[in-house]
Design a protein around this ligand. Sequence first.
Ligand code: F6P
Length: 506
Amino acid sequence: MTTFEDLKTFISSQKMRVIIAADAETVVLEKKDGEVIQRLLSGGVSVVLDPLAKASSSIYIGRAKTEDEKKILGTKGETKVESERGAYILKRVYLENGEFENYYNGFSNQTLWPLCHVAFENPNFHRLWYEGFVSVNKKFAEAIKNEIKGNTFVWVNDYQLCLVPKFLNKPKNTTIGFFWHIPWPTWEAFRILPQKKEILESLLMCDFIGFHRGYQVRNFIDTVRREFEVRIEEETNKIYYKGHVTTVKNLPLGIDTDIVSNIARKDKKEGTIDILIKKILRTDDEGKDESPYIEYFRKYKVMLGVDRLDYTKGLLLRLEAIDRFFENNKKYIGKAIYLGLMAPSRDTIPSYKELKEKVEVEAEVINRKYGKNGWKPINLIYKTFSRAEIIDFYLHASLCLVTPRDDGMNLVSKEFVMAASFSKNPGMLVLSQFAGSATDLSQALIVNPYDKNEVVEAIRRGLEMKRDEKLRRTRSMAKVLEENNVYKWGIDFFQNTIESKQPTKE
Ligand code: F6P
């Protein structure tokens, strides 16, 4: 098994400076009782970039998420992030008025996001969004250039920064690796993007491009082949374009198994989940002391959902399946509940606002249909929880439903299984075949989220599965996760990128 120390040793043997650039920062600075605190994020890709930044003592460049950060940090925008594992410098890129709208809410998340996910949500195209996207990518490239010194490895993370390689323009003694975390669609879908050639040309300035799954690599190569005159070496996936070589490969992302295990293993004091649930209720229902949720966790089987509120996550399809589950399995009425923890996300974008309304309406319809004596089947909480709190939920749930319409990888499914493997009676995972993680988590109950009957049957099977079988399946998946953790992924990405780099011509 690859350890965090292995990753550290590997990187230090390469004798290179590491710069990681990602849209999201790893910690957000906040003022609490007059003191500045570093709030760790609970999900998203940046959570797994934190151990990589620590292992490489890197410079991490991320977008400041809040206005407060500028007030706290000043224009330089630097903080040291430190733990017993190591330290790195986190530098913020601040966005001007309107830049966030065009770059993040616009081109990143209303053009590229729906274009790349098969969720049947139309991408929108606006010249202004693209201009904002260009200017923010330039800002990131400038921030990176200021940090390049000697032999430098630049890790550019995800679609939000896909024009950064173009603006870096291959600096000397620099190795550039790009990881694309969302699906890469078929050429037939990608070809409608007005700026497709600029984006492809920028990506082809990297030494290496990583994707999670093989089909994403195949779609990318097919897209490049159809758009440009390129030479492609089939056995190695090397793309030769305008005198530069880029290697493309699938490297499925793993999780920070040590951190998840440490939190899950910690002796939970009696009633932690009750306190947690009470806390939730206080936010939801000010003043009330007695929480119906406390009862739920004691008396009912909890089917858990942990998602960003995003149309790619298949939340409406999931609610429809739960409706049918109660319809077909009346014995669970009054005995099981669905607890949906929905993290607010991109919430000023119209399609996200509409989805929230639709989800709430659907939940209400189902609750009216089956609810009785204070019991309601659908319980939704629109809030961001800490990592420790979420892991506590994972340990107590009877089932976890991860049913996206399309997802590059999906870390919730992996962290759920890892945490559940520390439970004496683990919950079962119902997982969409369209999540990248379905290949790694083959012992989960794999479903097509569009096939309601299949989802209903998986829910029933998961709830009724014998403890021994759940333990066997969960432990075998946890083993796969430990063997393919984020430390191994980090080494693979560094190694593949370094090996792909061609010697620079003098
Ligand atoms: O996996 C795709 C991704 O956009 C990541 O880059 C990010 O960590 C996550 O989804 C959450 O997205 P956002 O930062 O827009 O909330």
